[in-house]
Ligand binder design. Structure first.
Ligand SMILES: *[C@@H]1O[C@H](CO)[C@@H](O)[C@H](O)[C@H]1NC(C)=O
Ligand SMILES: *[C@@H]1O[C@H](CO)[C@@H](O)[C@H](O)[C@H]1NC(C)=O
Length: 361
């Protein structure tokens, strides 16, 4: 009996001594909650802006303007849709106005019109009111992005491969700048004050000097990637995404400094490295937390994942410190735009008619 017990005791002591060397401590987890709000069904749900507690969304395919009343987490409480012009007008670009706080600019891409509306955010069901209509001057065609910069609107003209500057107080004062196929976004450099436009299919960026009206074309380094789409003003320069091809994404986004030097940043995580990056936005507190959100989309490549990538930079904005990837629940949604609010992050699902909210993010 004793002879059998002794080896067991020794074995137990041995196991105990191994176990005692393994420490277990709780790890810090900070998980976002992801929820998809249903919108009125449409083939294509595109852009967003938020005014008070109403998210305003453009549905291009049927030219419907959606008003969504959201709570502080971004859950939809009430939704209403409004036909803007006719179902073929192609309501697309949206931008909030600073000259007219609370009012919103929109583009009718097929009707060649820029429209200022009062979205009437006091009530979801109240119809927006048209305040001003500006016709895109000839030969401009296909107003896509719109942004208000003081007295001027800057608009990408996707169909005529041009960029328009037009004074919204005096629409006879305008310039049309010739680009290449297709200007998508326009952004103003925070330091050199020049305007830049991403030209997706040409894999180029147009630089516009509004002082002398001279434009130049900047090539994207093909070894870095192709197809610039998302383009915004950000810390120290212009930031843009590269979508890649219909076969592959490259997980790459770029930064343009004051002298037009481009720095490419490549994602490294297993899912991020091949991301098809369509759009980007900085956190509302980016100066403190150095966070940038990137949207990967299946818009041109059905094999690409639809995901939000949260990138944290070191404070000089030169190197990535951390990247975290969050998949959108419904894949193949052709995730389209990002809108961080400070409380949550919104994403539109182009094909799914969804307003996705990421909470605790
Ligand atoms: C509205 O526009 C202002 C300035 O143009 C900008 O700072 C703000 O972030 C915008 N808000 C949204 C939700 O689009
Ligand atoms: C740039 O275009 C504007 C508007 O057409 C014009 O008033 C201005 O004189 C032009 N500037 C130069 C340097 O050509």
């Amino acid at each position: 009996m004793m002879m059998k017990l002794i080896p067991c005791l020794i074995a137990l002591l041995f196991i105990h001594s191994i176990v005692a060397k393994i420490s277990i401590t709780q790890v810090h987890v900070d998980l976002p909650y992801i929820y998809e709000n249903q919108l009125p069904l449409a083939q294509q749900t595109h852009e967003m802006v938020k005014v008070d507690n109403i998210v305003l969304i453009s549905q291009l395919s049927n030219s419907v303007f959606v008003k969504v009343q959201v709570n502080e987490h971004g859950f939809a409480e009430e939704v209403a849709g409004f036909q803007i012009a006719n179902p073929n007008a192609n309501l697309h670009g949206l931008a909030n106005s600073t000259c007219y706080p609370g009012w919103v600019w929109l583009t009718l891409e097929a009707d060649n019109k820029l429209v200022l509306i009062d979205p009437k955010v006091k009530s979801v069901t109240e119809a927006p009111e048209v305040i001003k209509i500006i016709k895109v001057p000839q030969p401009g065609s296909g107003p896509h992005y719109i942004g208000e910069y003081g007295e001027n609107l800057w608009v990408s003209l996707k169909e005529s491969y041009q960029v328009l500057r037009i004074n919204h107080e005096n629409p006879n004062d305008y310039n049309i700048y010739e680009g290449v196929k297709h200007p998508i976004f326009v952004a103003q450099h925070p330091i050199n004050r020049m305007f830049y436009s991403s030209e997706d299919d040409s894999s180029r960026i147009m630089k516009i000097n509004p002082g002398n009206n001279i434009t130049t074309q900047i090539d994207i380094d093909p070894s870095a990637g192709t197809t610039p789409v998302g383009m915004i003003s950000g810390p120290k320069g212009i930031w843009f995404t590269l979508l890649g091809s219909d076969k592959a994404g490259t997980g790459t986004f770029g930064f343009i400094d004051r002298d037009d030097n481009i720095v490419y940043h490549k994602l490294k995580s297993p899912l991020g490295k091949d991301a098809a990056l369509l759009h980007l936005k900085f956190d509302v507190n980016y100066e403190i937390n150095h966070k940038l959100y990137l949207l990967s989309s299946s818009i041109i490549n059905p094999n690409a994942l639809d995901m939000v990538i949260r990138v944290t930079f070191y404070k000089d904005w030169k190197k990535i410190k951390d990247e975290e990837v969050f998949l959108i629940p419904t894949q193949q949604c052709k995730a389209h735009r990002l809108l961080p609010t400070g409380h949550n992050l919104f994403v539109t699902g182009l094909t799914t008619s969804k307003l996705i909210t990421l909470i605790n993010f």
